[in-house]
Design a protein around this ligand. Structure first.
Ligand SMILES: CC(C)(COP(=O)(O)OP(=O)(O)OC[C@H]1O[C@@H](n2cnc3c(N)ncnc32)[C@H](O)[C@@H]1OP(=O)(O)O)[C@@H](O)C(=O)NCCC(=O)NCCS
Length: 388
């Protein structure tokens, strides 16, 4: 029997939850956020066992992600860890392959995760597909004076306003999560330090919100989440930060590549302090390409030949027909655009253009097919504010 043949994948028993989470905490070199594993739920963890012993595991969260104005169901993978004595024996690869097959059985078309190393995930068909950026801004240097809109403290009765504002932005950007309570609860605060929540309003209409904490040690505002839908809301929020300048030195938030707060400042004083890419795996080419949205005023078809060594149902030719912002996918066709499943992940999210993927060796195709793909997958640069 080969080493990997003795690896077994499956759910965990209730009495295995604590040992698995302890193993994952050790593997990640820092404990998961307190309460996170319980929050994800033992029923959503999967383990890989070698000769009956727990070798590693991970959590799977059923979520959605916005692409082209539509929500694509995604399996968010969290807390991947293999015990050090089991590493290098294919445990993580077997865990991921089995999990991808399970996700496919559940008809989840894509999977998304934050990698701490790319190698093992690339081998499983994941590829860089969007960014996560933390910006920091010194409050003393903010050069915005506008207090035109109102900023009002929010309470639980404003939750719906916050959710709707977030969704309005998610729909017109790319890659934002379709958040459900699993993601919202930690943002809105479940215990611990005080969380402040404000709405930015214009004649009573909500145009933005901010949820933050103050760190006394660093005289810092750490934004848990913010969203601005208009120029006025962004300017009001910058002024709100400036109004803290006598006691707060810096503000940081998770923002987008085209962040309105960064771009509305008079000078380049908001700097990215950390930027990481998240990765995406196309689990089912047909379902994934039919689930996302496309530019509304574009009509055309693309003949794709996909190569996928791990998931055989993806390996082959597909025709993608786009009209009215929607895609229909059939098997077959001429295969004008030859693309690996990893290149397809970067194309799908809009993270890379076809010519960029071509330069990286992930795609070959006629000029006309590459041109069509550029128009079909044109999108704002994908990002997300969440981390999991
Ligand atoms: C990353 C991790 C899950 C891989 O588990 P594993 O069972 O050893 O992985 P596999 O045996 O299936 O694959 C091993 C391959 O992954 C790559 N790899 C594993 N760990 C790596 C690391 N830390 N850095 C870079 N590449 C790594 C190597 O290419 C390795 O192949 P090789 O041994 O032939 O060189 C494991 O090392 C681990 O738990 N690390 C600490 C926690 C962590 O980083 N988790 C990922 C969070 S997103």
């Amino acid at each position: 029997m080969t080493e990997s043949a003795s690896l077994e994948y499956g759910p965990i028993q209730p009495d295995e939850a604590q040992p698995l989470w302890t193993l994952i905490d050790q593997a990640l070199h820092r404990a998961m956020q307190p309460g996170w594993a319980e929050h994800v739920g033992a029923e959503n963890f999967r383990a890989i066992r070698q000769n009956g012993k727990l070798a590693g595991g991970m959590g799977i969260m059923n979520m959605g992600q916005w692409f082209g104005g539509r929500i694509v169901p995604t399996a968010g993978v969290t807390a991947v860890g293999v015990a050090p004595e089991f590493r290098g024996g294919g445990a993580a690869s077997a865990l991921l392959k089995n999990a991808l097959e399970e996700m496919h059985e559940n008809r989840t078309p894509i999977s998304t995760l934050f990698p701490s190393t790319l190698t093992v995930y690339r081998r499983s068909g994941y590829e860089r597909a969007g960014v996560s950026t933390v910006y920091q801004l010194p409050t003393q240097e903010i050069d915005v004076r506008s207090r035109d809109l109102d900023i009002v403290e929010a309470d639980e009765s404003h939750r719906e306003d916050i959710f709707l504002t977030y969704n309005a932005r998610a729909e017109i950007t790319s890659g934002n999560l379709d958040r459900h309570s699993l993601m919202w609860d930690p943002i809105l605060g479940f215990g611990g330090r005080r969380v402040f929540t404000y709405l930015i309003t214009n004649d009573g209409e909500t145009e933005g919100y901010i949820i933050f904490q103050q760190s006394r040690g660093a005289d810092h505002i750490r934004v848990r989440d913010l969203c601005v839908l208009t120029q006025g809301a962004a300017l009001r929020l910058l002024r709100f930060f400036a109004d803290h300048r006598s006691t707060i030195d810096t503000v940081s938030w998770n923002g987008s590549p085209a962040d309105p707060l960064v771009h509305l400042l008079g000078e380049q004083i908001a700097q990215p302090t950390r930027t990481r890419d998240w990765v995406l795996r196309i689990i089912d080419v047909q379902d994934a390409l039919s689930a996302r949205g496309y530019p509304r005023n574009y009509e055309g078809e693309l003949h794709i030949a996909v190569a996928d060594e791990l998931l055989p149902w993806n390996d082959g030719n597909f025709v993608l027909k786009v009209a009215d912002g929607k895609g229909q996918v059939y098997k077959g066709g001429r295969g004008d655009l030859k693309i690996g499943v990893r290149g397809l992940a970067s194309l799908f999210s809009g993270h890379l253009t076809p010519s960029e993927i071509k330069t990286l060796g992930g795609l070959e195709g006629t000029e006309s097919a590459t041109g069509d793909a550029s128009l079909m997958f044109a999108s704002p640069r994908p990002w997300m504010a969440d981390h999991f």
